[in-house]
Design a protein around this ligand. Structure first.
Ligand code: SF4
Length: 69
């Protein structure tokens, strides 16, 4: 079980270090599908998270640790 002090979005398998991020330590959370927008023509938005954020869906990025499924 993951200890909460070890949880961080940057260590999570669902974190995407996206190139269009607004801040240096920001990224996108890919746990859920993009959030739909009121306009049918607008692209859905992925939630922006900071490096020190975390949530109850945290899963250690095993690919980075060399222990892929
Ligand atoms: S918000 Fe939760 S699921 Fe998303 S990247 Fe952060 S810890 Fe992972």
């Amino acid at each position: 079980m993951t200890q909460t002090q070890d949880a961080a979005c940057t260590k999570c398998k669902f974190f995407d270090d996206h190139s269009a991020k607004p801040q240096a330590d920001d990224g996108l959370c890919r746990y859920n599908p993009p959030v739909t927008q009121p306009s049918a023509e607008a692209h859905g938005l992925w939630p922006v998270v900071s490096s020190n954020d975390w949530c109850g869906h945290f899963r250690l990025d095993t690919l980075a640790a060399g222990n892929a499924d």
